[in-house]
Design a protein around this ligand. Sequence first.
Ligand code: SAH
Length: 215
Amino acid sequence: MEFKDLRELMVESQLIPRGIRDKRVLDAMRRVPRHLFVDDSMQHIAYDDMALPIGEGQTISQPYMVAVMTELLELHGKEKVLEIGTGSGYQAAVLAELAREVYTIERMPILAERAETKFQDLFYRNIHVRVGDGTLGWSEEAPFDRIIITAGSPAVPEPLIQQLSIDGILVIPVGSRYSQQLLRIRKTKDGTAEEYHTPCVFVPLIGTYGWTGDQ
Ligand code: SAH
């Protein structure tokens, strides 16, 4: 089967039956070549229903989790988005299909470098990569209309709330080191409103406002 057909199968069997409804999200998942964001040896399982290792002890999230988080962001096309945890770059590419500009921060230089090369190869000109501690945000570019954290955090990093626009949306997996739940925060002029969504398992967010250490 061709990769294009595997993507369609992924959408039909993993995303639609589990409730992903946003047509733009489904179409972006049909377009982005996920197999190019994993190692060559894993291309044949790139569209399977699971997270995969990307080296350095990190993972590319399961397609369903990428779709859920993207749908929760309610993207219409004009947003400036901040992602924390570039990893393979796959989630950033999906966001780049649906928003105006994507700023993404990765703490591991080797992963950031690899992702940057992918974005160039695939002509994603609206993705900007930076190496650093994403829990501090990207103050020079703030505010952001949307913020997505793709690593598990003990709590919501305060600088990210500050760097979120009024009427902005932030999505983050919050919980213990080994299991979390997606939390969506909407910021209004009167404060923030929180709702919990899908349970999930992400690698830890390590930094000033995340977990400490490397284990
Ligand atoms: N969005 C990624 C999944 C990344 S896994 C994808 O689509 O492939 C989580 C990533 O977050 C890892 O690469 C990890 O190195 C990174 N990370 C962990 N803590 C971080 C921090 N404080 N700032 C930036 N990146 C961080």
